[in-house]
Design a protein around this ligand. Structure first.
Ligand SMILES: *[C@@H]1O[C@H](CO)[C@@H](O)[C@H](O)[C@H]1NC(C)=O
Ligand SMILES: *[C@@H]1O[C@H](CO)[C@@H](O)[C@H](O)[C@H]1NC(C)=O
Ligand SMILES: *[C@@H]1O[C@H](CO)[C@@H](O)[C@H](O)[C@H]1NC(C)=O
Ligand SMILES: *[C@@H]1O[C@H](CO)[C@@H](O)[C@H](O)[C@H]1NC(C)=O
Ligand SMILES: *[C@@H]1O[C@H](CO)[C@@H](O)[C@H](O)[C@H]1NC(C)=O
Ligand SMILES: *[C@@H]1O[C@H](CO)[C@@H](O)[C@H](O)[C@H]1NC(C)=O
Ligand SMILES: *[C@@H]1O[C@H](CO)[C@@H](O)[C@H](O)[C@H]1NC(C)=O
Ligand SMILES: *[C@@H]1O[C@H](CO)[C@@H](O)[C@H](O)[C@H]1NC(C)=O
Ligand SMILES: *[C@@H]1O[C@H](CO)[C@@H](O)[C@H](O)[C@H]1NC(C)=O
Ligand SMILES: *[C@@H]1O[C@H](CO)[C@@H](O)[C@H](O)[C@H]1NC(C)=O
Ligand SMILES: *[C@@H]1O[C@H](CO)[C@@H](O)[C@H](O)[C@H]1NC(C)=O
Ligand SMILES: *[C@@H]1O[C@H](CO)[C@@H](O)[C@H](O)[C@H]1NC(C)=O
Ligand SMILES: [Cu+2]
Length: 575
């Protein structure tokens, strides 16, 4: 495949990663895919700024994992850096393999310097694109890469076989050290510094100073269909993405097929993946097309409002000098275009066919209602704080700002040592009613604790997540570990069960693992708690997670042997 990737990654290695889909051994039926990830530092230069970053195997972005549905994946992770590290396989269901899920102090203690851990899991009932990333502090700023899940051998896609498949990972580049950025923000209580650029496959592109050589180029042939496997790995920003003069057909989100639909622009939140088909023009035009991504942002805080761009180039024999060709630019929605965001997310529908059914829970055991949003913590007496009104920024779910424990929750649960670590008393409703999306209350202080929502095995759950406007209405992409869920409804204002429930889609709602709670609105999801373990749920805007917009579910074992969490692997890290 034709890629021109000018980056500091050893070019041969990177080209190998992208071009070689599967080795001979990997083409046979259900297999075990074995990877070795060495966490080490590398010097990388972007925007004329050289920086030491934490990487996997010296690569930025990290290597891709390729597996077929049904395969076992074993990733041995060796930590050669000073930082504690864990990796998360974002969106992988981890059926009865919670020990391999990865969020630090939730399912495991971190892999400390000089130690290793083998993540061991299977991929079941999923096909499309997922991704892996660090799940401790802000290390995922540079530790991330694609997970490509192919259908079982001999099983076709529910769309025409694409000519080529191309992973496209959006990220954020910071000239500063991201660990220093979040530590400073947590100390001062103010909003963190923002990134210097967005990137496509690690490359900021020509719209930034000192960056045109670091441009992602997609070289295509006319009259072909390309499958773009798009991942938003940015830390703090939802993104709009568009390619000039080309239509994108969305066919799969979060490794679940959807009913195909066309749009010029897609919206993708951190944590989400979107597979789109790109049909190139029948006759190679004499033009070059810009592709661009920039934020969809609704909060009041400062954010990186810059634009990353790459190039779509047609390979024409007659195009002797590509530089002389006209360049067309895409038109992206305005940064706060919630109307576009709503229209786009409303188009997402499960296939809901015999082969790919939408098993939406039709009767519900637990109706839950969680508020999500920002608030504040008091400023320590001897300090001046830079958060709202001289306080510190905080964030919460049902007014509980989650306190990270110092030992892993899953071990505490499994070994019956929860006392003093967590309490299974997460509130099922907000404790106090107020107009969640109206005039903010005077008291913006949040409560805190390490509270879990306990569920019996196989409980069918309906959860409504309600944004609050306490410190400004804002969209929050909520990610649930260990499960997919169905997005059965969404709306603006305060959720009203007597009115809104009647409009739920229980037939073909989209199934995914990360969903945006609309700014000043709500989203309703359903899932069946059929995977025992402790499962993190959090906003995938990393700054909100740092402020406490996170909680965990405790799904108990079922009666049958295959409904129980197996014991931990011998090499599980200790705290
Ligand atoms: C990165 O650059 C610094 C300063 O030039 C150097 O000391 C260090 O060894 C380099 N690190 C790596 C991993 O190459
Ligand atoms: C991975 O897990 C499977 C199933 O529990 C087990 O049979 C296998 O030995 C494990 N492999 C490694 C390398 O830990
Ligand atoms: C954040 O930005 C401020 C203002 O530019 C700067 O003084 C500070 O050093 C930055 N913090 C970090 C951790 O880079
Ligand atoms: C690029 O540099 C010029 C001159 O220093 C400056 O005026 C401009 O704002 C910079 N542009 C970006 C996108 O940083
Ligand atoms: C691309 O789209 C622009 C308008 O957005 C139009 O003016 C132009 O003719 C188109 N060019 C090609 C080659 O499709
Ligand atoms: C981006 O934000 C900066 C600072 O808030 C502002 O000056 C600038 O006009 C914004 N740029 C765009 C393209 O919105
Ligand atoms: C979006 O931003 C524009 C420009 O800053 C502003 O005029 C408009 O009121 C904003 N719209 C919404 C819905 O906030
Ligand atoms: C404030 O006091 C606490 C304990 O009383 C201390 O740990 C902290 O360092 C002090 N901070 C400042 C900025 O003086
Ligand atoms: C900030 O404090 C002032 C005075 O105490 C109060 O009037 C105002 O409502 C507060 N604003 C917020 C956003 O809490
Ligand atoms: C909540 O506040 C909004 C905005 O002020 C208002 O439109 C709405 O009617 C209020 N809802 C209730 C139930 O009071
Ligand atoms: C909040 O503060 C305002 C202005 O100080 C006051 O009028 C109002 O009664 C307060 N509301 C509550 C619920 O305390
Ligand atoms: C790494 O994790 C261990 C276990 O939780 C902890 O004791 C240690 O302080 C951590 N080290 C760093 C540098 O954060
Ligand atoms: Cu959030």
């Amino acid at each position: 495949m034709a890629f021109s990737l000018l980056s500091s990654i050893p070019l041969a290695l990177f080209t190998f990663m992208l071009i070689v889909g599967l080795s001979k051994a990997q083409q046979i039926g259900t297999a075990t895919r074995h990877y070795k990830f060495h966490i080490r530092r590398a010097n990388v230069t972007r925007l004329c700024h050289t920086k030491s970053i934490v990487t996997v195997n010296g690569q930025y972005p990290g290597p891709k994992i390729v597996a077929r549905e049904g395969d076992r994946v074993i990733v041995e992770v060796f930590n050669h850096v000073k930082d504690n590290v864990t990796l998360h396989w974002h969106g992988v269901r981890q059926l009865r393999s919670g020990w391999a899920d990865g969020p630090a102090y939730v399912t495991q203690c971190p892999i400390q310097t000089g130690r290793s851990y083998a993540y061991n899991f299977t991929i079941a009932g999923q096909r499309g694109t997922l991704w892996w990333h660090a799940h401790i502090s802000w290390l995922r700023a540079t530790l991330y890469g694609p997970i490509i899940i192919l259908p079982k051998l001999g099983v076709p896609y529910p769309f025409a076989k694409p000519y080529k498949e191309v992973p496209m990972v959006f990220g954020e580049w910071w000239n500063a050290d991201t660990e220093a950025v979040i530590n400073q923000a947590l100390n001062t209580g103010g909003g963190p510094n923002v990134s210097d650029a967005y990137t496509i496959n690690g490359l900021p592109g020509p719209l930034y100073n000192c960056s045109s050589k670091d441009t992602f180029k997609l070289k295509v042939k006319p009259g072909k269909t390309y499958l773009l496997r798009i991942i938003n790995a940015a830390l703090n920003d939802e993104l709009f993405f568009s390619i000039a003069n080309h239509t994108l057909t969305t066919v799969d989100v979060d490794a679940v097929y959807v009913k195909p639909f066309d749009s010029d622009t897609i919206l993708i939140s951190p944590g989400q993946t979107t597979n789109v088909l790109l049909r190139t023009k029948p006759v190679g035009p004499s033009a070059t097309y810009l592709m661009a991504a920039r934020p969809y942002a609704t909060g009041q805080g400062t954010f990186d409002n810059s634009t990353t761009a790459g190039l779509l180039e047609y390979q024409n024999d007659h195009n002797k000098s590509i530089k002389k060709l006209p360049l067309f630019k895409p038109t992206l929605p305005s940064i706060n275009d919630t109307s576009f965001a709503t229209k786009f997310t409303n188009k997402l529908r499960s296939l809901a066919t015999e082969k790919f059914p939408a098993n939406v829970p039709q009767s519900i055991d637990e109706h839950l209602y969680f508020t999500v949003g920002l608030g504040s913590n008091p400023c320590p007496k001897n300090q001046t704080c830079q958060g709202p009104n001289g306080t510190k920024f905080a964030a919460s779910v049902n007014n509980v700002s989650f306190t990270m424990p110092t030992t892993a929750l899953l071990q505490a649960h499994y070994f019956g040592q929860s006392n003093g670590v967590y309490r299974p008393d997460f509130p099922v409703n907000p404790l106090h009613y107020f107009n969640y999306t109206g005039t903010p209350p005077n008291n913006t202080l949040v409560g805190k604790g390490t509270k879990l929502m306990a569920l019996r095995f196989n409980t069918s759950v309906e959860l409504v997540m309600q944004d609050t406007s306490i410190l400004g209405a804002e969209s929050h992409p909520l990610h649930l570990h260990g499960y997919n869920f169905f997005v059965v409804g969404q709306g603006f204002g305060n959720y009203d069960p007597s009115k809104d429930q009647a409009h739920f889609n229980l037939v073909d709602p989209v199934e995914r693992n990360t969903v945006g709670v609309p700014p000043g609105g709500w989203v309703a999801i359903r899932f069946r708690a059929d995977n025992p373990g402790v499962w993190f749920m959090h906003c995938h805007l990393e700054v909100h997670t740092s402020w406490g917009l996170k909680m965990a579910w405790l799904v108990l074992d079922g009666e049958l042997p295959n409904q129980k969490l197996p014991p931990p692997p011998a090499d599980l890290p200790k705290c």
